[in-house]
Design a protein around this ligand. Structure first.
Ligand SMILES: [Zn+2]
Length: 290
């Protein structure tokens, strides 16, 4: 028997305007939540304060409201977000998780330059035994290399190994900010999330997060079901880029596009040539299951 789904989330990062790729992901999340009578949490990932911008924060609320995509938990506006829901309020939890991993002796400090950091393979810091509190050092998890079990939405168990380029991935950046992988695991556990919907490009992150949860001894993470959806691509087959302004909802809206125009446009990119009026209909294009 598969566990019921009670809580899922949408988790945009306010480092750019929301684009059509985000909307597809939100539509699928909302459809699965509705089908399972689950609650949707709006989690906004603002850990990297240097990259976020109030315009982008504002845009998340404007866009969700404009496209009539509902959510049940989390902030309703920027003010509520800043007062109670920012990741800054959960910093203690992230640092506690980093502390747990350090105490277990499965973390090492890395002083590789940004250039060297692109490939963990070239990092030889583990042997150097740099003190964990060294200045300007990032912290890396010593990954196990073993196959991890990941539960899909349909309840099937898929076994997967961490891709080589993610071996010993970073859990705390050299500037002291917890990594995306670490914060995402801590947040999903904190909010009792049991369904995660994300693009198939985030499959390596899903594996990394299982590795982290295992290292933290958080067995609950194993119960989370994952739905990885196909990505929207440009006509050329290229992945949509976040900086491509013409796919942002803000741009489309300023150019007179109504919600149904936007949903229809996304449907066309998925090969469906008919009018689509809502996120429910759009989700149905992806799968008759939704
Ligand atoms: Zn290193």
């Amino acid at each position: 028997m598969i566990n019921p789904v009670n809580n899922t989330r949408i988790a945009p990062t306010p480092s750019g305007f929301l684009h059509i790729g985000n909307i597809l992901s939100f539509a699928i999340t909302s459809a699965l939540a509705r089908k399972n009578k689950a609650k949707v949490l709006l989690r906004i990932d603002d850990l990297d304060q240097a990259r976020i911008n109030n315009r982008y924060l504002e845009d998340i609320f404007d866009t969700l409201n404009y496209l009539e995509i509902p959510w049940d938990n989390g902030p309703q506006n920027v003010q509520e977000f800043q007062n109670s829901w920012s990741q800054m309020h959960r910093m203690r939890l992230y640092h506690a998780a980093v502390g747990t991993l350090c105490e277990k002796g499965i973390v090492y400090a890395c002083t590789c330059s940004r250039q060297q950091m692109r490939t963990a393979a070239s990092c030889t810091c583990q042997a150097k035994q740099i003190p964990l509190d060294a200045e300007n050092a990032s912290l890396r998890l010593i990954t196990t290399g073993r196959a991890l079990e990941i539960r899909t939405y349909s309840g099937e168990i898929v076994r997967a190994e961490l891709p080589a380029e993610m071996h010993n991935f970073i859990i705390r950046r050299r500037d002291g900010i917890p990594s995306y992988q670490l914060a995402s695991v801590v947040d999903d556990l904190h909010y009792n999330i049991d369904l995660i919907v994300r693009g198939e490009d985030l499959w390596p992150s899903t594996i990394a997060q299982h590795e982290l949860a295992l290292a933290l001894g958080e067995n609950k993470f194993n119960q989370i079901r994952f739905y990885h959806h196909q990505l929207l691509t440009e006509a050329s087959g290229k992945k949509l880029s976040k900086s491509a302004g013409s796919t942002s909802i803000k741009y489309l809206r300023e150019n007179g596009k109504k919600p149904s125009d936007i949903y229809t446009m996304i449907g066309r990119m998925l090969g469906v040539d008919r009018r689509i009026d809502s996120w429910e209909e759009l989700a149905g294009v992806i799968s008759s299951d939704l």
